[in-house]
Design a protein around this ligand. Structure first.
Ligand SMILES: NC(=O)c1ccc[n+]([C@@H]2O[C@H](COP(=O)([O-])OP(=O)(O)OC[C@H]3O[C@@H](n4cnc5c(N)ncnc54)[C@H](OP(=O)(O)O)[C@@H]3O)[C@@H](O)[C@H]2O)c1
Length: 291
Protein backbone atom coordinates (compact mmCIF):
# COMPACT_ATOMS: atom_id res chain seq x y z
CA UNK A 1 0.00 0.00 0.00
CA UNK A 2 1.30 3.45 -0.93
CA UNK A 3 0.50 4.67 2.59
CA UNK A 4 3.16 2.33 3.95
CA UNK A 5 5.71 2.97 1.23
CA UNK A 6 8.80 5.10 1.74
CA UNK A 7 11.76 6.55 -0.11
CA UNK A 8 15.16 6.47 1.59
CA UNK A 9 16.97 9.79 1.94
CA UNK A 10 20.73 9.97 1.30
CA UNK A 11 21.37 9.73 5.08
CA UNK A 12 19.27 6.55 5.39
CA UNK A 13 16.19 8.19 6.93
CA UNK A 14 12.94 6.86 5.47
CA UNK A 15 10.31 9.32 4.24
CA UNK A 16 6.71 8.21 3.55
CA UNK A 17 5.80 8.62 -0.14
CA UNK A 18 2.47 10.23 0.71
CA UNK A 19 2.15 13.23 3.02
CA UNK A 20 -0.66 15.56 4.05
CA UNK A 21 -0.22 19.26 3.25
CA UNK A 22 -1.39 22.01 5.59
CA UNK A 23 -0.90 25.24 3.62
CA UNK A 24 -3.55 27.90 4.19
CA UNK A 25 -5.16 26.05 7.08
CA UNK A 26 -5.22 28.13 10.25
CA UNK A 27 -3.86 27.04 13.60
CA UNK A 28 -7.27 26.05 15.02
CA UNK A 29 -8.65 24.28 11.95
CA UNK A 30 -5.41 22.40 11.36
CA UNK A 31 -5.83 20.44 14.62
CA UNK A 32 -8.85 18.55 13.27
CA UNK A 33 -7.35 18.30 9.79
CA UNK A 34 -4.13 16.68 11.03
CA UNK A 35 -6.04 14.36 13.38
CA UNK A 36 -8.24 13.40 10.39
CA UNK A 37 -5.15 12.75 8.29
CA UNK A 38 -3.63 10.54 11.00
CA UNK A 39 -6.95 8.65 11.32
CA UNK A 40 -6.92 8.12 7.56
CA UNK A 41 -3.47 6.53 7.80
CA UNK A 42 -1.16 9.40 6.83
CA UNK A 43 2.13 9.32 8.73
CA UNK A 44 3.72 12.33 7.06
CA UNK A 45 2.62 15.91 7.73
CA UNK A 46 3.93 18.95 5.87
CA UNK A 47 3.86 22.35 7.57
CA UNK A 48 6.00 25.53 7.53
CA UNK A 49 6.81 28.49 9.74
CA UNK A 50 5.13 30.67 7.09
CA UNK A 51 1.84 28.72 7.39
CA UNK A 52 1.52 29.97 10.98
CA UNK A 53 0.05 26.64 12.03
CA UNK A 54 2.96 24.71 13.56
CA UNK A 55 1.38 24.94 17.02
CA UNK A 56 -1.85 23.35 15.77
CA UNK A 57 0.06 20.65 13.90
CA UNK A 58 2.06 19.81 17.04
CA UNK A 59 -1.07 19.79 19.20
CA UNK A 60 -2.86 17.41 16.82
CA UNK A 61 0.08 15.02 16.83
CA UNK A 62 0.39 15.00 20.62
CA UNK A 63 -3.37 14.57 21.09
CA UNK A 64 -3.59 11.74 18.54
CA UNK A 65 -3.28 8.03 19.27
CA UNK A 66 -0.27 7.72 17.02
CA UNK A 67 3.26 7.70 18.47
CA UNK A 68 5.22 10.83 17.66
CA UNK A 69 8.09 8.62 16.46
CA UNK A 70 5.81 7.00 13.86
CA UNK A 71 5.04 10.35 12.22
CA UNK A 72 7.31 12.14 9.74
CA UNK A 73 7.01 15.89 10.39
CA UNK A 74 8.35 18.46 7.95
CA UNK A 75 8.59 22.17 8.54
CA UNK A 76 10.28 24.97 6.63
CA UNK A 77 12.50 27.89 7.50
CA UNK A 78 10.68 31.02 6.36
CA UNK A 79 11.87 32.14 2.93
CA UNK A 80 12.53 35.61 4.30
CA UNK A 81 15.17 34.35 6.74
CA UNK A 82 18.52 34.64 5.04
CA UNK A 83 21.07 34.93 7.82
CA UNK A 84 22.61 32.49 10.29
CA UNK A 85 21.51 34.03 13.59
CA UNK A 86 17.86 34.41 12.61
CA UNK A 87 17.86 30.90 11.14
CA UNK A 88 19.22 29.40 14.40
CA UNK A 89 16.49 31.21 16.32
CA UNK A 90 13.76 30.17 13.87
CA UNK A 91 14.73 26.48 14.03
CA UNK A 92 14.41 26.57 17.82
CA UNK A 93 11.07 28.36 17.52
CA UNK A 94 9.72 25.67 15.21
CA UNK A 95 10.75 23.01 17.75
CA UNK A 96 9.02 25.01 20.45
CA UNK A 97 5.82 25.57 18.43
CA UNK A 98 5.61 21.89 17.57
CA UNK A 99 6.56 21.00 21.17
CA UNK A 100 9.06 18.50 19.79
CA UNK A 101 12.67 17.78 20.61
CA UNK A 102 13.36 16.84 16.99
CA UNK A 103 11.83 17.53 13.58
CA UNK A 104 12.10 14.90 10.85
CA UNK A 105 12.82 17.29 8.00
CA UNK A 106 13.39 21.02 7.79
CA UNK A 107 13.66 22.85 4.47
CA UNK A 108 14.72 26.33 3.38
CA UNK A 109 11.31 27.38 2.04
CA UNK A 110 12.52 29.43 -0.90
CA UNK A 111 15.81 30.55 -2.46
CA UNK A 112 14.64 34.16 -2.55
CA UNK A 113 12.68 36.09 0.08
CA UNK A 114 8.99 35.99 -0.88
CA UNK A 115 8.85 39.51 -2.35
CA UNK A 116 11.54 38.50 -4.84
CA UNK A 117 10.38 34.94 -5.51
CA UNK A 118 11.81 33.75 -8.87
CA UNK A 119 13.74 36.99 -9.37
CA UNK A 120 16.40 35.85 -11.81
CA UNK A 121 18.71 38.68 -10.78
CA UNK A 122 19.36 37.51 -7.25
CA UNK A 123 19.68 33.96 -6.01
CA UNK A 124 20.89 34.91 -2.53
CA UNK A 125 23.73 32.40 -2.79
CA UNK A 126 25.72 33.68 0.19
CA UNK A 127 22.63 34.21 2.32
CA UNK A 128 21.29 30.71 1.59
CA UNK A 129 24.66 29.27 2.66
CA UNK A 130 24.26 31.14 5.96
CA UNK A 131 20.76 29.73 6.52
CA UNK A 132 22.00 26.30 5.40
CA UNK A 133 24.82 26.37 7.97
CA UNK A 134 22.21 26.84 10.70
CA UNK A 135 20.28 23.81 9.38
CA UNK A 136 23.49 21.76 9.12
CA UNK A 137 24.37 22.51 12.73
CA UNK A 138 20.85 21.68 13.97
CA UNK A 139 21.06 18.44 11.98
CA UNK A 140 24.40 17.57 13.54
CA UNK A 141 22.99 18.40 16.98
CA UNK A 142 20.14 15.91 16.41
CA UNK A 143 17.40 18.54 16.36
CA UNK A 144 16.62 17.73 12.70
CA UNK A 145 16.71 14.19 11.29
CA UNK A 146 17.09 15.46 7.72
CA UNK A 147 17.55 18.81 5.96
CA UNK A 148 16.65 20.09 2.53
CA UNK A 149 15.24 22.89 0.44
CA UNK A 150 12.12 23.95 -1.41
CA UNK A 151 11.55 25.82 -4.65
CA UNK A 152 15.27 25.50 -5.44
CA UNK A 153 16.39 25.54 -9.06
CA UNK A 154 19.48 23.67 -10.24
CA UNK A 155 21.83 26.61 -9.69
CA UNK A 156 20.47 27.09 -6.15
CA UNK A 157 21.11 23.42 -5.41
CA UNK A 158 24.59 23.58 -6.94
CA UNK A 159 25.44 26.47 -4.63
CA UNK A 160 24.72 24.38 -1.53
CA UNK A 161 26.25 21.21 -2.97
CA UNK A 162 29.48 22.96 -3.96
CA UNK A 163 29.91 25.24 -0.97
CA UNK A 164 27.96 23.67 1.91
CA UNK A 165 29.13 20.88 4.17
CA UNK A 166 26.09 18.61 3.85
CA UNK A 167 24.22 17.94 0.61
CA UNK A 168 20.46 18.72 0.71
CA UNK A 169 18.45 15.53 1.12
CA UNK A 170 15.15 16.84 -0.30
CA UNK A 171 13.90 19.44 -2.78
CA UNK A 172 10.17 20.24 -2.48
CA UNK A 173 8.84 21.81 -5.69
CA UNK A 174 5.62 22.58 -7.54
CA UNK A 175 4.84 19.48 -9.60
CA UNK A 176 1.51 18.45 -11.05
CA UNK A 177 -0.01 17.19 -14.29
CA UNK A 178 0.75 19.86 -16.94
CA UNK A 179 3.59 21.31 -14.85
CA UNK A 180 6.54 18.96 -14.40
CA UNK A 181 9.92 20.64 -13.91
CA UNK A 182 11.79 17.76 -15.53
CA UNK A 183 15.18 19.49 -15.52
CA UNK A 184 15.31 20.13 -11.78
CA UNK A 185 13.73 16.75 -10.95
CA UNK A 186 16.34 14.90 -13.02
CA UNK A 187 19.17 16.97 -11.57
CA UNK A 188 17.91 16.40 -8.00
CA UNK A 189 17.62 12.65 -8.58
CA UNK A 190 21.12 12.57 -10.10
CA UNK A 191 22.39 14.06 -6.83
CA UNK A 192 20.47 11.55 -4.67
CA UNK A 193 18.07 14.30 -3.56
CA UNK A 194 14.48 13.12 -3.03
CA UNK A 195 11.94 15.35 -4.80
CA UNK A 196 8.64 16.19 -3.16
CA UNK A 197 5.73 17.29 -5.37
CA UNK A 198 3.79 20.09 -3.75
CA UNK A 199 0.33 21.12 -4.98
CA UNK A 200 0.00 17.79 -6.85
CA UNK A 201 -3.68 18.61 -7.54
CA UNK A 202 -2.67 22.05 -8.89
CA UNK A 203 -4.31 23.62 -5.85
CA UNK A 204 -7.62 22.17 -7.11
CA UNK A 205 -7.29 23.52 -10.65
CA UNK A 206 -6.70 20.09 -12.22
CA UNK A 207 -9.97 18.59 -10.96
CA UNK A 208 -12.07 19.80 -13.91
CA UNK A 209 -9.48 19.22 -16.61
CA UNK A 210 -11.36 17.27 -19.34
CA UNK A 211 -8.42 15.05 -20.36
CA UNK A 212 -7.55 14.30 -16.72
CA UNK A 213 -11.19 13.45 -15.99
CA UNK A 214 -11.33 11.14 -19.00
CA UNK A 215 -8.19 9.21 -18.03
CA UNK A 216 -9.32 9.06 -14.38
CA UNK A 217 -12.65 7.53 -15.44
CA UNK A 218 -10.81 4.82 -17.36
CA UNK A 219 -9.06 3.74 -14.12
CA UNK A 220 -12.25 4.26 -12.08
CA UNK A 221 -10.49 6.76 -9.83
CA UNK A 222 -11.06 10.44 -9.06
CA UNK A 223 -9.04 13.18 -10.85
CA UNK A 224 -7.38 13.82 -7.46
CA UNK A 225 -6.31 10.16 -7.18
CA UNK A 226 -4.98 10.21 -10.74
CA UNK A 227 -3.02 13.40 -9.99
CA UNK A 228 -1.46 11.89 -6.87
CA UNK A 229 -0.62 8.61 -8.59
CA UNK A 230 0.92 10.58 -11.47
CA UNK A 231 3.48 12.37 -9.28
CA UNK A 232 4.27 9.11 -7.44
CA UNK A 233 5.04 7.49 -10.78
CA UNK A 234 7.41 10.38 -11.51
CA UNK A 235 9.35 9.09 -8.49
CA UNK A 236 8.40 11.99 -6.22
CA UNK A 237 6.76 12.26 -2.79
CA UNK A 238 3.11 13.39 -3.12
CA UNK A 239 1.89 16.14 -0.79
CA UNK A 240 -1.83 16.67 -1.44
CA UNK A 241 -3.89 18.83 0.87
CA UNK A 242 -7.50 18.40 1.89
CA UNK A 243 -9.63 19.70 4.72
CA UNK A 244 -12.36 17.19 3.85
CA UNK A 245 -12.10 13.78 5.55
CA UNK A 246 -13.63 11.89 2.60
CA UNK A 247 -11.21 13.52 0.17
CA UNK A 248 -8.31 12.77 2.50
CA UNK A 249 -9.24 9.11 2.60
CA UNK A 250 -9.89 9.01 -1.16
CA UNK A 251 -6.42 10.45 -1.73
CA UNK A 252 -4.78 7.51 0.06
CA UNK A 253 -6.36 4.94 -2.29
CA UNK A 254 -3.79 5.26 -5.04
CA UNK A 255 -2.63 1.65 -5.41
CA UNK A 256 -3.17 1.44 -9.14
CA UNK A 257 -0.75 1.88 -12.04
CA UNK A 258 -1.04 4.47 -14.80
CA UNK A 259 0.12 2.83 -18.05
CA UNK A 260 3.17 4.20 -19.89
CA UNK A 261 0.86 5.34 -22.67
CA UNK A 262 -1.36 7.33 -20.29
CA UNK A 263 1.68 8.75 -18.45
CA UNK A 264 2.86 10.03 -21.83
CA UNK A 265 -0.57 11.48 -22.63
CA UNK A 266 -0.57 13.27 -19.25
CA UNK A 267 3.03 14.45 -19.76
CA UNK A 268 2.06 15.98 -23.09
CA UNK A 269 -0.80 18.12 -21.73
CA UNK A 270 -0.10 21.86 -21.98
CA UNK A 271 0.50 23.87 -18.82
CA UNK A 272 -2.55 25.11 -16.95
CA UNK A 273 -1.92 28.32 -15.12
CA UNK A 274 -5.24 28.97 -13.45
CA UNK A 275 -4.94 28.97 -9.71
CA UNK A 276 -8.14 30.91 -9.03
CA UNK A 277 -8.08 33.41 -6.18
CA UNK A 278 -4.71 32.10 -5.01
CA UNK A 279 -2.79 32.84 -8.17
CA UNK A 280 -1.23 35.90 -6.56
CA UNK A 281 0.57 33.64 -4.09
CA UNK A 282 4.29 33.83 -4.78
CA UNK A 283 4.61 30.09 -5.27
CA UNK A 284 2.33 30.25 -8.28
CA UNK A 285 4.14 33.11 -10.01
CA UNK A 286 6.50 32.40 -12.89
CA UNK A 287 7.09 28.74 -12.17
CA UNK A 288 9.46 26.43 -13.97
CA UNK A 289 8.88 26.26 -17.71
CA UNK A 290 11.80 23.94 -18.51
CA UNK A 291 9.68 20.96 -19.53
N1 LIG B 1 6.99 24.53 -0.49
C1 LIG B 1 6.12 25.37 -0.98
O1 LIG B 1 6.45 26.50 -1.38
C2 LIG B 1 4.68 24.93 -1.07
C3 LIG B 1 3.76 25.68 -1.83
C4 LIG B 1 2.46 25.22 -1.93
C5 LIG B 1 2.08 24.04 -1.30
N2 LIG B 1 2.98 23.35 -0.53
C6 LIG B 1 2.59 22.10 0.20
O2 LIG B 1 1.83 21.24 -0.66
C7 LIG B 1 0.54 21.02 -0.07
C8 LIG B 1 -0.52 20.81 -1.12
O3 LIG B 1 -0.62 21.88 -2.01
P1 LIG B 1 -1.93 22.79 -2.13
O4 LIG B 1 -2.42 23.07 -0.78
O5 LIG B 1 -1.58 23.91 -3.03
O6 LIG B 1 -2.96 21.97 -2.95
P2 LIG B 1 -3.33 20.61 -3.69
O7 LIG B 1 -3.13 19.43 -2.85
O8 LIG B 1 -2.69 20.64 -5.03
O9 LIG B 1 -4.90 20.88 -3.87
C9 LIG B 1 -5.72 21.15 -2.79
C10 LIG B 1 -7.14 21.39 -3.28
O10 LIG B 1 -7.64 20.17 -3.85
C11 LIG B 1 -8.85 19.83 -3.21
N3 LIG B 1 -8.90 18.38 -3.07
C12 LIG B 1 -7.97 17.59 -2.47
N4 LIG B 1 -8.32 16.29 -2.56
C13 LIG B 1 -9.50 16.26 -3.23
C14 LIG B 1 -10.36 15.21 -3.63
N5 LIG B 1 -10.09 13.93 -3.36
N6 LIG B 1 -11.50 15.54 -4.31
C15 LIG B 1 -11.79 16.83 -4.57
N7 LIG B 1 -11.02 17.86 -4.22
C16 LIG B 1 -9.88 17.57 -3.56
C17 LIG B 1 -8.84 20.52 -1.87
O11 LIG B 1 -10.16 20.81 -1.43
P3 LIG B 1 -10.79 20.10 -0.12
O12 LIG B 1 -10.07 20.67 1.06
O13 LIG B 1 -12.23 20.49 -0.20
O14 LIG B 1 -10.58 18.62 -0.27
C18 LIG B 1 -8.08 21.80 -2.18
O15 LIG B 1 -8.95 22.77 -2.73
C19 LIG B 1 0.34 22.28 0.79
O16 LIG B 1 -0.69 22.14 1.72
C20 LIG B 1 1.71 22.46 1.38
O17 LIG B 1 1.89 21.56 2.47
C21 LIG B 1 4.28 23.76 -0.43
Amino acid sequence: MVLNETYTLSNGVKIPKLGAGTWMIDNDTVVQVVKGALDSGYRHIDTAEAYLNEKGVGRAIWESNVDRDDIFVTTKLDGNIKNYDEAVKAIDESLKHLEMDYIDLMLIHSPQPWAEFRDENNHYFEENLEAWRALEEAYEAGKLRAIGVSNFEQRDLENLINHGKIKPMVNQILTHITNVPTGVIDYSHSQDIVVEAYSPIAHGAILDHPAVKEIAEKYEVSPAQLSIRYVLQLGTVALPKSTNKDHMKNNTAVDFTISDEDMKALNDLPLIETYGDDEDQPVFRSQYKNK
